[in-house]
Design a protein. Structure first.
Length: 197
């Protein structure tokens, strides 16, 4: 009996050290060497200040910025910092989901001075599953070009060229769809405006 108990204690200590300390430390070291930027959170710095992460959506308001997808998690930010990501978990028959989509679509149409029945991109009216999706579809970015160009007082062709520069292909050429990172696009817009002035 004592022999089995001692063996169980040794096994517990060994596997705790192996899987709780050695393995995570080895993976962390490997990630820091091979994928440092990603392991550190794909942070975006401007003028020595942290402005966000390429992996997390931020809320942009006002006509001079491209808008991200709606977020049921308030873009993961709260008074105490980053909170858990989440979707709304509202099903297709949910009255609340239908209200949210109608409200989002109306806000888009009003901001872009469109007719009440004009089509709008789905990813600008439906929240992402995580509430933190940093990307929108290229069509959603193109949809916003006229508004952003007018608000910034620059030609639509220049804004369109910037959007096209930020269209990312599917990962590894076959996973997912083309996409545009809203944070990186908006930072490039601000940088272009700063150079102009």
């Amino acid at each position: 009996m004592l022999k089995l108990t001692a063996q169980a204690i040794r096994q517990t200590i060994f596997w705790t050290l192996a899987t709780g300390i050695v393995y995570p430390a080895a993976l962390t070291a490997l990630a820091q060497v091979a994928f440092k930027k990603q392991a550190d959170g794909s942070l975006v710095m401007r003028d020595g200040k942290l402005v966000g992460s390429e992996l997390l959506a931020q809320q942009f308001q006002g006509p001079a910025y491209f808008w991200p997808r709606p977020s049921a998690a308030s873009y993961g930010t709260g008074p105490s910092g980053l909170s858990a990501s989440s979707g709304s978990n509202l099903g297709p028959t949910s009255a609340q989901l239908q209200t949210n989509v109608r409200t989002n679509a109306k806000a888009l149409r009003d901001a872009h001075k469109l007719a009440a029945d004009a089509p709008v991109p789905a990813d600008l009216v439906y929240a992402s599953a995580s509430g933190l999706d940093p990307h929108i579809s290229p069509d959603s970015a193109r949809f916003q070009i006229a508004r952003v160009a007018a608000a910034r007082g620059i030609g639509e062709d220049k804004v369109r060229a910037l959007v096209e520069r930020f269209v990312e292909p599917p990962q590894w050429g076959f996973l997912g769809e083309p996409r545009v990172n809203v944070l990186l696009l908006n930072l490039a817009l601000d940088a272009a405006a700063a150079k102009k002035s």
